[in-house]
Design a binder for this molecule. Structure first.
Ligand SMILES: Cc1ncc(COP(=O)(O)O)c(C=O)c1O
Length: 439
């Protein structure tokens, strides 16, 4: 492979070649795999900052206030929360654990937004007590829980609209169509707004929509924003509140594979914000609310590299190799869950000519335990490292202990340092909840 054929845009910004070796900053990735042990995940801080800057650039196309709120489902840990809180982002959380990590990471409670389609009473209570910035009401049942909660505290609520739009993405990532479990119909949203207006402690401050994830086509997203703005107009005309926050969710796509659209994040973010501004001017025209973008994937996917070590290699009669590595669906469920496609490279000789196609599989007892269905790779031998880019989002947050797999260590690469964010899980970690029989 010529260096110019290398899909540079899939790798963190700090990745570069030196003498046919792949480096992350000053670190040889193959050496790192040996030194750190594998599987290991490394996040590149300059790439995270670059994504934040792309969103900030995008928000300049919105003439009102704006906020970037990280969707922590993509991956959250205490140090990542600390990093993002220091950069002035908000945090989208869906559970008590995510909320607690966010708070301990230094987010002000007002910067947290609580999402989810089935928030239990205890979670709602804890969110109200913590004073989160918004509880995003997903359905009328949840509203009833909030109405009946005995609390003297004011509760700031957003309504999540189901705009009945099919996002152009995998069915499992569509969240805004009729039949989806998420969000309220137009009529339910109006009914909710009326009920909130009649309640002494509930305040409707925002509207939210999120039609899905890994979307490159802005049109359906802009259509969902138009419906949200129309809902704002209807609610305000009825006198049920003034919409101060407008959130079109997250969902912008990132390329994972050389064949994926390679649209720059700042172009997508700018198109989204400019389209939202235009829609607001045409359909509402009043003072601009705060536009709250909620990226998960596009904020951290590209910054993450997964490092594995090659083990058994099977040579099939058609020339294909089945290359087993030491991680799989336990740290990256996405290929099994929705056929996600990736590329890979041996960091030791990344520019060598491909020796043929290979299927990259894991060590787990499932035929669905694969990472890449087909990738053209140079010759690799047992013990060689293999690096998979675009591994930062929805890998570790969906990781499991299947077959007793211990979850990988996670590092942060900065221009000066390599910092451990999360140590590798241990067997003791795994057994911590077990209660030995006492009889
Ligand atoms: C409500 C909400 N906001 C934001 C996101 C983040 O989406 P993405 O990671 O595609 O940016 C999600 C993810 O599903 C979500 O459910």
């Amino acid at each position: 492979m010529r260096p110019t054929d290398f899909p540079r845009h899939l790798w963190p910004l700090s990745v570069h070649f030196y003498q046919n070796r792949l480096f992350l900053g000053r670190h040889d990735l193959a050496d790192l795999a040996e030194r750190l042990g594998t599987p290991a995940y490394i996040y590149d801080l300059p790439t995270i900052d670059h994504a934040i800057a792309a969103y900030r650039h995008g928000l300049e196309a919105w003439p009102g206030p704006g906020l970037i709120t990280y969707a922590s489902k993509a991956w959250l840990s205490l140090p990542l929360a600390q990093l993002l809180a220091r950069r002035g982002l908000g945090l989208d959380v869906v559970s008590l654990a995510e909320m607690t990590i966010g708070l301990r990471g230094g987010f002000a409670p007002s910067m947290l937004h609580l999402h989810g389609n089935n928030k239990r009473p205890e979670l709602l209570r804890r969110a109200v007590d913590a004073g989160v910035g918004a509880i995003v009401v997903d359905n009328l049942h949840e509203l009833s829980l909030l109405e009946s909660m005995r609390s003297a505290k004011d509760m700031r609520l957003w309504l999540r609209l189901n705009p009945d739009l099919l996002a152009p993405t995998h069915a499992y990532r569509q969240t805004g169509h009729h039949g989806s479990k998420f969000g309220m119909t137009w009529d339910d949203a109006l009914a909710a707004a009326r009920r909130i207006a009649a309640h002494p402690h509930l305040h409707l401050t925002g509207l939210h929509v999120h039609i899905g994830s890994q979307i490159f086509d802005l049109d359906p997203m802009l259509a969902s924003i138009e419906r949200l703005i129309d809902l704002a107009v209807a609610i305000e005309r009825a006198g049920w509140g003034r919409i101060q926050a407008l959130s079109p969710g997250g969902g912008l796509g990132v390329p994972y594979h050389p064949d994926d659209p390679a649209i720059a994040l700042h172009t997508l973010a700018e198109g989204l914000c400019a389209g939202a501004a235009d829609a607001w001017r045409r359909r509402h025209g009043g003072p601009l609310p705060t536009l709250i973008l909620e990226p998960g994937r596009s904020l951290i996917a590209r910054s993450g590299v997964a490092l594995y070590t090659v083990g058994a290699i099977r040579h099939l009669s058609d020339g294909k190799r089945i290359i087993a590595v030491d991680g799989g669906m336990s740290d990256n469920l996405r290929p099994a869950l929705y056929g996600a496609r990736y590329t890979a490279t041996p960091p030791r000789n990344p520019l060598d000519e491909a020796a043929g196609p290979a299927r990259i599989v894991g060590p787990l007892c499932e035929s669905g335990d694969f990472l890449i269905e087909e990738v053209w790779l140079p010759n690799v031998r047992p013990g060689d490292a293999l690096a998979i880019p675009v591994s930062g989002a929805y890998h570790l947050s969906m990781a499991s202990n299947y077959n007793g797999t211990l979850r990988p260590a996670v590092y942060l690469h900065t221009p000066d340092d390599l910092i451990l964010l999360q140590r590798r899980e241990t067997i003791d970690d795994l057994m911590r909840r077990d209660q030995p029989l006492s009889f």
